[in-house]
Design a binder for this molecule. Structure first.
Ligand code: ATP
Ligand code: MG
Length: 268
């Protein structure tokens, strides 16, 4: 059992869909105020783990704890004010505009006595500006490109203003400039005190941005810690079966993974 006092952790989790077990005896702790990145091959259980941490999937065994309480016992709205999840794929209600979808992120902050406010308007505006979708406010979500849509979903998660944010492949569909923009935004949120957990496929981005890196394979955590310790050629080979070199990024000094070439260029 991990007892490092993390706000969010899973202890001895069995994660399964019906009878199909994806992970067993999984201990996972998200260090408070970290930018935690989860990497691993397709189908190794990254999204499943994130879903369990967000209470979208109920573990078949084990416990997810949030602030020392079983996450299952948290009232829904209180949970939605504390923890936000951007799922790997989301489907917007038909005929909804960008502004209306992002505004749904404010729902957990409303109640019988507290209806739509100026504060909500401001937060929604800021979330759209931060993700570069402000000019799309009146567009229908169905009319957007994959990358635009992805940024709208991120805006909705931001508008929820939760201290803990779980993002499943937030950079999917984005061009390289927008990928960096979103990762920089995540880094800003982290620096401002939020706990950010993201699943990423790009190991170089993971190594550059994570303060805590978790490498998974077959429903298990193979290695975790600072990227400089975790990302080695041996680890990449073990987790992905990919021969590579790991060099130092000239820009950030973090590990940079260079996959081995199929045919090496002749010397000289
Ligand atoms: N709703 C579901 N019902 C049944 N099996 C599922 C379901 N969702 C995922 N699985 C299975 O669980 C395993 C882990 O899936 P998961 O989505 O967690 O992988 P992942 O690591 O996020 O992969 P990717 O990188 O492709 O997103 C896979 O074998 C997948 O087929
Ligand atoms: Mg996934």
């Amino acid at each position: 059992m991990k007892d490092d006092g993390a706000r969010l952790s899973g202890d001895d989790l069995t994660l399964a869909y019906d009878k199909r077990v994806i992970a067993q005896g999984l201990d996972v702790a998200v260090p408070d105020r970290s930018f935690t990145v989860i990497v691993g091959p397709n189908a190794c259980g990254k999204s499943t783990t994130l879903r369990a941490l967000a209470r979208v999937l109920k573990p078949a065994a084990g416990t997810v704890l949030l602030d020392g309480e079983r996450i299952g016992s948290w009232p829904a709205k209180k949970l939605a004010r504390t923890l936000g999840l951007l799922p790997q794929s989301s489907i917007a209600p038909e005929g909804i505009t960008v502004a209306d979808l992002v505004a749904r992120g404010r729902y957990p902050h409303q109640g019988l006595l507290r209806q739509w406010s100026r504060e909500d308007e401001r937060v929604v505006g800021e979330a759209m500006a931060a993700t570069g979708v402000a000019e799309l406010a009146d567009w229908f979500v169905d009319e957007l490109s994959g990358g635009q849509r992805q940024r709208v979903w991120i805006a909705m998660a931001l508008a929820q203003q939760t201290p803990i944010l779980l993002l499943d492949e937030p950079t999917t569909y984005l061009d390289i400039a927008h990928q960096i923009e979103i990762l920089d935004l995540c880094a800003d949120l982290h620096e401002a005190g939020r706990t950010v957990v993201a699943v990423l496929h790009d190991l170089n981005h993971a190594a550059r941005y994570a303060t805590h890196l978790i490498a998974m394979r077959d429903g298990r955590i193979v290695a975790e810690g600072p990227p400089g310790d975790v990302v080695t050629a041996a680890l990449v080979e073990e987790v992905f079966g990919l021969p590579c070199q790991v060099i130092e990024c000239p820009e950030t000094g973090t590990p940079l993974v260079i996959p081995a070439a199929r045919h090496r260029a002749p010397v000289g």
